[in-house]
Write a protein that binds this ligand. Structure first.
Ligand code: SF4
Length: 384
């Protein structure tokens, strides 16, 4: 390892929710609030952190993201203990360490937000999804629109940085509704939004209903119209569309996610968490932890699925993640990480994509122009 510390982020997965949403295929289980193993989970995560101590040498911690699941269900004292353990495990911690916690409006109180702030959290990401009661009911959410707005306002009052998750593509959703939701969210003082299209995942309740012909979904064109409308609304606010699903006011980008899209090293902790660390040019190791929360709590050794990534896998990942962003994929950085020229072996595909206007190279950066983002998946697939 070089003498310069490698910038590294940490993702902590909290694998429980108050209720499983019918569209969600994340690794999470429903649990009663009284059954939550707050301290035991903190201990298990800290045990895993200790077992990974050698991997953390020579690294500088730049961000921590508590995701899930619903980490706002985790007792602030247990979360704080975990946070302290993580910062203490690194030789160096970045001066502007970004610490984000994902929250649900139904489990975020003003008191909770204040305790999280006091614990060292500086950013909340709140899953409001919509500010319309019929859409929230369709999505099976536990909160209504009043609670969603209140949660955003309470969070803004306590935290320096707040992001909201929005979903679009619910049946019957209009452009006006989406536009009004965006304007209302911005009015609360929130300065970052992640806007995702509702997708029907096979292994979810929506997946089963869809297969049985019992779920109405929005037609493809409606998704495209909503995506473009969201883009216009955020542009009117002066926010940057800095990644396909993410919009930010000036300097409000998620540093944790940018690090990930740039192919940065990350450590995953907790049940079902994924981590990936480079171990020299052209080689990286990715792991996925035991997904079952009970088994994760009980295990005393590191048990994870391991995948070794070679130069080609590293290049593919860099294309898949980097081309999702406004800045694009950095060719020189990818060459250093992959140990070979990322263009090698795909010269013709790249040339064709550039001719069609689906791709552009500006200096060291390869990017998909924003007016082609609706076709992004196909564009990237053609480069594989
Ligand atoms: S609250 Fe979030 S993570 Fe939990 S089930 Fe619903 S969508 Fe999934």
């Amino acid at each position: 390892m070089s003498s310069e510390p490698t910038q590294t982020s940490v993702y902590v997965h909290f694998p429980w929710c108050a209720r499983k949403c019918p569209y969600c295929d994340f690794a999470t289980e429903p649990i009663r609030a009284t059954a939550l193993p707050h301290e035991r989970y903190a201990e298990a995560v800290l045990r895993e952190l200790e077992a990974r101590a050698t991997d953390l040498q020579g690294r500088e911690l730049t961000s921590i993201f508590f995701g899930g699941g619903t980490p706002s269900l985790w007792g602030p004292a247990a979360l704080k203990r975990t946070l302290r353990g993580i910062t203490g495990a690194f030789e160096r911690v970045h001066d502007e360490l970004e610490v984000t916690v994902e929250c649900n409006p139904s489990s975020l109180t003003q008191e909770n937000a204040a305790l999280l702030r006091e614990a060292g959290v500086g950013r909340l990401s709140i899953g409001v999804q919509s500010l319309r009661d019929p859409h929230l009911q369709f999505l099976g959410r536990l909160h209504d629109s009043n609670r969603a707005v209140a949660a955003l306002e309470e969070a803004v009052a306590q935290m320096p940085r707040v992001s909201a998750d929005l979903m679009f593509g619910m049946p019957g959703q209009t452009l006006e509704e989406l536009g009004e939701d965006i304007a209302r969210i911005a009015e609360t003082g929130v300065r970052h939004v992640s806007a995702y299209a509702l997708t029907i995942e096979e292994k979810t309740m929506f997946g089963s209903l869809h297969r049985a012909g019992k779920l109405r979904v929005a037609p493809e064109e409606q998704y495209a119209d909503l995506f473009e409308h969201a883009e216009r609304c955020f542009a009117d606010l002066g926010w940057a569309h800095y990644e396909v699903s993410n919009y930010a006011a000036e300097a409000e980008e998620s540093r944790h996610n940018l690090h990930y899209w740039r192919g940065g090293a990350y450590v995953g902790l907790g049940a079902a968490a994924v981590g990936c660390l480079d171990d020299g040019p052209g080689h990286a190791t990715r792991w996925r932890n035991e997904p079952n929360p009970q088994r994760y709590l009980e295990q005393s050794t590191l048990e994870a699925e391991i995948e070794e990534l070679g130069p080609e896998e590293i290049v593919r990942e860099a294309l898949m993640l980097g081309l999702r962003t406004m800045e694009g994929m950095n060719l020189a950085a990818t060459k250093t990480r992959a140990g070979r020229d990322p263009k090698a072996g795909r010269e013709q595909d790249l040339e064709r994509a550039i001719e069609k206007g689906n791709l552009e190279q500006v200096g060291n950066w390869l990017r998909v122009p924003q007016d082609r983002w609706l076709k992004l998946d196909g564009i990237v697939r053609d480069l594989f």
